[in-house]
Design a protein around this ligand. Structure first.
Ligand code: PHB
Length: 390
């Protein structure tokens, strides 16, 4: 009904009918091959679920997604792919971006072409400061880490250590944890930064053991990295030593839970989406997922980031009418609120980042299957890292 009305307004504004219907292209840059292919796959699944529910048209226009594979963090290649999408494919939007450096790299291109870029995952606070045409439907490390660090302090932990991948989101996670935990009276006894490509975590486990910390806060990109780190934590006897393990929910994302197994049973993480989130919106999201793909086991934060990201693109199109000024399109979603499968969300008009509930969740086995059970909720959390120290 609302969509039909907007469509009618759009058609009238152009003074045209179906004959002028256009195809609006959205270029999606993400890993579709290699160890991080789950990002691309779940982006694609989230997009498909959205289009299955809401259709492939906005007004008279058809929305088409064009996918480009970028298997790992590679800003030069991201820029080249964005250039190709803008010049050859004539896309009206860019979207996707698993890794922070790949999102950062396209800022000058989206400004030059005056098109919006919707970030489905990359989670370093500074991204949206690089261009007024960035809008983010995912999360930031600051947003997830502040409630978690307060929780760790409340548990009575006095000494903690951080272990993060040495790039944007890891450095943000470390800063957020340290600032919040120390303000709450705790001490961060050491900060470990691990190369993004690390696969052997045993030396870091030794450093954690030797530090005297009672708890570790860790961030690594979801996938083989988090799997290897969690396994190393279990295999190197840190749990037996009584060291508690915390982090944002990238570590326990649903597609990885079967492989992680008991290594993460009982682990508390903070995050914006759990497959086990109890709401009507999540139930119908998962039902559609299952209908399209035979199972909803892959439904994870990146599927929801893409699903909500497409909602932003559709809203920009409906409100501004087809291929338009990128800045105007972004303006049209500032302050937009809706019910996501993750819970209620709003696009913060200043940061263009998504405000949302952050949940504390514990990994439990329910009916034989591991899940992230939500235990506590912190509504309407902003990006605490936006323009920090600027
Ligand atoms: C990022 O590069 O911003 C990033 C990558 C993987 C994650 C989270 C953030 O799981």
């Amino acid at each position: 009904m609302r969509k039909a009305l907007l469509g009618a307004v759009f058609a009238t504004a152009l003074g045209a009918g179906a004959a002028d219907a256009a195809t609006i292209k959205v270029g999606v840059i993400a890993p579709f091959s290699g160890p991080f292919a789950m990002f691309g796959q779940t982006f694609k699944e989230g997009i498909a679920v959205y289009q299955a529910v809401h259709g492939k048209t906005v007004g008279a226009d058809t929305v088409e997604f064009v996918f480009k594979d970028l298997d790992q963090a590679n800003p030069a290649q991201s820029k080249a792919l964005a250039q190709e999408l803008i010049v050859k494919e004539k896309v009206s939007f860019l979207a996707g971006f698993a890794f922070t450096p790949d999102a950062m790299a396209v800022a000058p291109l989206i400004d030059e072409a005056n098109i919006p870029a919707v970030i489905f995952n990359a989670a370093t606070s500074a991204i949206t400061e690089k261009s007024p045409r960035f809008v983010r439907s995912s999360f930031t490390l600051w947003q997830n880490t502040v409630p978690l660090a307060n929780h760790v302090a409340k548990l009575g932990v006095k000494k903690a250590i951080t272990a993060v991948s040495d790039y944007g989101p890891g450095i943000d996670g470390e800063a957020a944890f340290k600032a919040t935990f120390e303000k709450a009276g705790g001490a961060v006894v050491d900060t470990i930064r691990m190369p993004l490509k690390s696969t052997d975590f045993a030396p870091f486990m030794q450093r954690i053991k030797d530090s005297g910390a009672e708890a570790v806060y860790a961030f690594l990109p979801a996938g083989p990295t988090t799997l290897a780190f969690a396994k190393a934590f279990a295999d190197n006897g840190l749990k037996e030593k009584g060291i508690q393990f915390f982090g944002p929910g990238d570590i326990t994302q649903e597609p990885d839970l079967p492989a992680l197994g008991d290594a993460v049973l009982g682990m508390t993480t903070s995050f914006h989406y759990s497959q086990a989130h109890e709401s009507a919106a999540n139930k119908s999201f998962l039902a559609k997922y299952k209908e399209l793909f035979g199972s909803s086991d892959n439904a994870t934060f990146t599927s929801v980031g893409a699903y909500d990201g497409v909602h932003l693109i559709y809203t920009m199109l409906a409100k501004t009418g087809g291929k338009s000024d990128g800045l105007k399109a972004v303006e049209a979603v500032k302050g937009l609120s809706w019910e996501s499968p993750r819970g209620p969300v709003t696009i913060d008009p200043d940061s263009r980042h998504i405000r949302q509930t952050i949940y504390l969740r514990t990994v439990e086995r329910v009916n034989g299957k591991l899940q992230n059970t939500e235990k506590d909720a912190f509504p309407a959390q902003p990006d605490f890292g936006y323009k920090l120290g600027k």
